[in-house]
Write a protein that binds this ligand. Structure first.
Ligand SMILES: CC(C)(COP(=O)(O)OP(=O)(O)OC[C@H]1O[C@@H](n2cnc3c(N)ncnc32)[C@H](O)[C@@H]1OP(=O)(O)O)[C@@H](O)C(=O)NCCC(=O)NCCS
Length: 230
């Protein structure tokens, strides 16, 4: 695992020159920055993503350690990047994500996880590096399986990038796409031991309702949108 200080080098890939600027410059762009020069990812960004076409969703964000990441829509040509991301997860993270041991993603799974309609199934990746060097450090998706205004969400962030705000950012941007598609509620089944995921939901700002059964917390998040579909 690389120390956080080294992760900062990835921010060199980010085209925004003010990522490396002083606190006041960064505050004027992103909002609140704390004493350790970390951007609070819970603030509303002033740069808004393009939401007209969620399949082309793309927005730059800054993590708590100053690293710039691109949050972008997952595309059909991301199969290799998604495979590498999966292979980079620790056993514990895979267990938390898939509720079991899983060694690889099949071709069929890769197809289903990258060829998305961005209505009933939307997926976003947090990436560092550009072009041939671009790699996924976090992935989040929602899947709606019926015609109700509700979808299930799931996330997986590389272990060395956890705790930097990526899960929170992916949730926020997925909610933007979901609302556009008439989805007013996210749900997730989370292992009771997965405090980080539960913290992300609890701190998301969305009203949540939790129920607990057999070691699994069922979380429902109200996205604060009154859907016309019912
Ligand atoms: C769960 C997961 C997606 C969260 O993503 P992340 O990028 O680490 O989340 P964030 O950095 O946005 O937020 C983590 C929060 O958990 C808190 N946290 C970190 N470690 C924690 C711990 N051991 N116990 C409790 N809370 C913890 C952080 O303080 C932070 O809260 P804050 O916003 O109040 O500071 C990520 O850890 C992950 O991929 N885990 C493995 C796969 C998984 O569990 N997927 C979920 C399946 S639904």
């Amino acid at each position: 695992m690389r120390p956080l200080s080294q992760l900062r080098h990835d921010s060199g890939a980010c085209p925004w020159p003010f990522f490396k600027g002083n606190v006041s410059t960064r505050e004027s762009v992103f909002g609140k920055v704390d004493k350790r020069n970390r951007v609070d990812t819970r603030i509303q960004l002033k740069a808004q993503p393009e939401t007209k076409d969620p399949a082309n969703y793309s927005v730059w964000e800054v993590l708590r350690n100053g690293t710039g990441v691109l949050i972008r829509a997952i595309r059909p040509d991301d199969k290799q990047r998604l495979t590498r991301h999966f292979e980079g997860l620790s056993e514990k993270s895979v267990y938390f994500r898939f509720f079991g041991i899983k060694r690889s993603l099949s071709d069929d799974e890769l197809r289903r996880l990258t060829e998305l309609d961005f209505v009933n199934h939307a997926g976003l990746a947090a990436t560092v590096g550009v072009e041939a060097h671009e790699r996924f450090v976090g992935v989040g998706r929602y899947i709606r399986t019926d015609n109700r205004p509700r979808a299930e969400v799931a996330f997986a962030v590389l272990d060395e990038y956890q705790g930097l705000g990526i899960g929170t950012l992916l949730l926020k941007h997925l909610a933007t796409i979901a609302r556009k598609n008439g989805i007013s509620e996210f749900s997730a089944d989370v292992l009771g031991a997965n405090h980080q995921m539960l913290e992300v939901f609890a701190n998301s700002g969305f009203v949540s309702h939790n129920s607990y059964e057999n070691g699994v917390v069922h979380v429902s998040l109200n996205l604060g949108f009154q859907s016309a579909v019912n």
